[in-house]
Design a protein around this ligand. Structure first.
Ligand SMILES: NC(=O)c1ccc[n+]([C@@H]2O[C@H](COP(=O)([O-])OP(=O)(O)OC[C@H]3O[C@@H](n4cnc5c(N)ncnc54)[C@H](O)[C@@H]3O)[C@@H](O)[C@H]2O)c1
Length: 344
């Protein structure tokens, strides 16, 4: 019974379109030819002759979906930059990838995405290397069980998942546009969101309350940050289009994947329930497929400001699709971050 409720909550309630739900549960491929069972390797199979010297930054690549994304992109010949808090874990990921692909070029740099100062330092260090930047995967994610505040005094889940990636994208966007202009290769940004963004309605979407909530609800904070990830992608896509630049930005839901973030979500999933429910979850390779599809597959070239699930374009919530709300959120976020940076 519990498992049925969990499936109902996570899969059915979160999926705005029933056709997508049926396709997901049955593992049927969608229009793209890929579906919920496709792996990251399968969706990048045709990418063996990519342009040389491609560089990707993959946040949160020390575990789960990010580690698999980094592995598969490296396998296709992309140079990988791993921004990591835990340098030992990053070194382990690098070693694992290079065991499989000895020629893989992996660079590790320190970052804490919940700290503006750390993000600025990472970006200066990366830009100092003089490398091109073709792909940015905003994948790192946090699901804080209790109310915690970041170094900059913002709620931790929102700070890590949204504010951090907002600043990272802002500081790297010009480099991506410059690389795309010089090489003629389209730059691609992927914001890893979640279907759970649909749980947030307009009443709960107050910027100030998200930064410093009075009554903390872990699931709501996570859902808000994931909604903000989609709105960020939509707004930046609009701005890039206005500039006529050759960079795309999209948001993805990776599926419900067997990773640390799900295991840590004890509020909904107890240990025994996790064991049963894990049989229904995607593997990390399936979980990384939509990110890799949007980051590398030729079928997504030129697509921007879209939302993908199971390697197919999908519908996101009405609020996530609201252009004026997205612009408002972008303005508020930018003002807040710059005020904080000036004060530091
Ligand atoms: N697993 C799922 O079912 C699921 C579903 C929907 C969305 N997602 C999203 O997928 C992404 C990847 O998560 P995952 O499932 O692989 O979980 P995970 O816990 O294995 O990976 C999260 C990664 O983010 C990194 N990270 C967290 N806080 C950080 C910080 N302050 N600075 C730098 N790095 C930080 C962690 O070190 C880790 O490498 C997340 O954005 C998550 O919200 C996951």
């Amino acid at each position: 019974m519990c498992v049925l409720i969990l499936v109902w909550k996570v899969v059915i309630r979160c999926k705005p379109d029933m056709k997508g739900t049926v396709r997901y549960l049955a593992g049927i491929a969608g229009q793209s030819g890929y579906g919920s069972k496709s792996t990251a390797e399968q969706v990048t199979e045709h990418c063996s002759s990519l342009p040389p010297n491609l560089t990707a930054i993959v946040t949160g690549a020390t575990s789960g979906i990010g580690a698999e994304t980094a592995r598969v992109l490296a396998k296709r010949g992309v140079r990988i930059v791993i921004p990591a808090r835990d340098l030992r874990k990053a070194a382990q990921v690098k070693e694992n990838i290079q065991k499989e692909h000895p020629k893989a070029e992996i660079i590790i740099l320190e970052i804490d995405l919940s700290s503006f100062a750390s993000i600025k330092k990472f970006c200066s260090e990366f830009l100092f290397l003089g490398l091109p930047l073709n792909i940015l995967i905003n994948n790192a994610g946090k699901f804080s069980q209790k109310l915690e505040f970041s170094e900059d005094k913002f709620e931790m889940t929102f700070a890590t998942n949204y504010l951090g990636h907002f600043l990272l994208t802002e500081l790297l966007l010009e480099k991506m546009i410059e690389t795309a202009t010089q090489t003629g290769v389209q730059g691609r940004i992927v914001n890893v969101s979640s279907v759970i963004h649909g749980w947030v309605n307009k009443d709960h979407f107050s910027f100030n309350r998200m930064l410093q909530p009075k009554y903390y609800n872990a699931t709501r904070a996570y859902a808000q940050s994931k909604l903000a990830n989609i709105m960020h992608a939509n707004e930046i896509a609009r701005q890039i289009k206005e500039r006529n630049a050759n960079v795309t930005i999209n948001a993805v839901h990776p599926g419900i994947v067997k990773t640390g973030i799900i295991r840590d979500h004890k509020g909904v999933i107890t240990d025994s329930l996790f064991f049963v429910a894990s049989k229904l979850l995607k593997s990390t390779s399936q979980g990384a497929s939509t990110t890799c599809y949007v980051a590398l597959n030729s079928k997504t070239e030129g697509m921007s400001g879209r939302y993908f699930v199971d390697c197919n374009e999908s519908r996101c919530s009405t609020l996530a699709n609201d252009d004026s709300e997205a612009h408002k959120l972008w303005k508020q976020t930018r003002a807040l971050i710059h005020k904080r940076l000036r004060a530091n």
